[in-house]
Design a binder for this molecule. Structure first.
Ligand code: FNR
Length: 341
């Protein structure tokens, strides 16, 4: 099966699959403040990751790797959406365009549509330094995401089976590149132990990429006859993964995996993330309701966040990191067992 066809299958299954895992966000209650001493005019949504200034603390996360015309159309629509709302955007894996020059326009279209926006490139941890530089140059990237997807590879019959040397390659890329490197999981969550390994590198940002949203094990199992169902419920829930990473590093943290509302973004920031990445739920709005609806939804997120930050008396993202919250249920249990409470 061609890479482009496989990636189109992923989009279709991601949209049709019931992505109902538990992210852990329901186990967080923010403590209401009756005297917030704050006006909506005082609130700034600005944030910073890896030295890059974001005008909103959430962005469109990597999707639609694989090339082809459908990829090109989705990338163009996402780039216009990012431009209209001022949020950052990551493209999907650029490996197909590194291997086949004819695919490049399906990615570079994002720069055409959004010449001044913040755009992140994307490659896998199998990439070499040369390939990483090529990916960054292809879209004049402001940062480069390196994705970790061990479970998806194992779930695919044609996937990789050898994961040796990834940390070493990530380390070399983050030293050689002149833009920040973001290491991201793709829905199974970065743990404290993996964070400690990344602390040995010059990686600037860690995207927790937790469990509870788009589930690539479930997507692959829907496509295969030899199913590996044991991976469907494998992973660090997103809320737990944010704390696992944030408490083990000085690097900036991005939260992603099952972010489905402005409240999920807010809770991510309270747990210590500097921004949240959203993939599946934005793709669903784009494909079912169109570009204008996605732009409107993102503007609602921005308004919602200003309102909720006002209610909490938090004028900026940094002060949200200290907002009081009560952790209950499975998330409390997870954090207690892991010594992270
Ligand atoms: C993805 N994701 C992804 N990630 C990545 O680093 N490179 C890629 O090429 C892709 N491709 C891709 C395609 C499609 C259709 C989807 C829905 C997702 C993973 C994505 O960035 C994110 O890590 C996960 O989807 C979890 O976030 P959500 O979807 O729960 O918000």
């Amino acid at each position: 099966m061609s890479r482009a066809k496989r990636k189109l299958d992923h989009i279709q299954y991601a949209l049709s699959d019931k992505q109902s895992g538990a992210t852990g966000f329901d186990d967080i209650i923010l403590v209401h403040q009756s005297l917030p001493d704050c006006s909506m005019d005082d609130v700034s949504l600005h944030s910073e990751v890896g030295g890059l200034k974001l005008s909103s603390p959430f962005f469109i996360n990597a999707m639609t790797g694989g090339g082809g015309e459908k990829t090109s159309q989705i990338n163009a629509a996402l780039a216009r959406t990012a431009r209209e709302t001022g949020i950052a955007l990551s493209v999907g894996s650029q490996m197909s365009a590194i291997k086949d020059r004819d695919e490049r326009h399906t990615y570079s279209v994002v720069r055409k549509e959004n010449p001044n926006g913040l755009i992140f490139g994307n490659i896998g941890s199998e990439a070499t330094v040369t390939q990483a530089i090529e990916a960054a140059e292809m879209i004049e990237a402001d940062a480069l995401q390196i994705h970790l997807n061990v479970i998806q590879e194992l779930a695919m019959p044609e996937g990789d089976r050898d994961f040796n040397g990834a940390l070493e390659r990530i380390s070399r890329i983050s030293e050689e590149l002149h833009i920040p490197v973001i290491v991201k999981e793709t829905g199974f969550g970065i743990s404290k132990e993996a964070t400690q390994k990344l602390n040995q590198t010059s990686v600037a940002v860690i995207d927790a990429g937790g469990y509870g949203g788009t589930n690539f094990s479930s997507i692959e199992n829907n496509r295969q006859t030899r199913k590996k169902l044991f991976f469907n419920e494998w992973g660090v829930p997103t809320a737990a993964s944010i704390v696992e990473t944030a408490s083990s590093t000085n690097k900036d943290i991005i939260a992603s995996g099952g972010i489905r509302s402005s409240m999920d973004v807010l809770k991510s920031l309270v747990l210590g993330a500097s921004a949240a990445g959203i993939a599946g739920s934005f793709l669903k709005i784009l494909s079912e309701q169109g570009e204008a609806a996605l732009i409107e939804e993102i503007k609602f997120y921005q308004e919602d966040l200003v309102m909720m930050m006002t209610a909490l008396g938090c004028r900026n993202v940094r002060s949200l990191h200290h907002a009081p919250a009560v952790i209950t249920g499975d998330l409390y249990h997870w954090l207690s067992v892991r010594g992270l409470e």
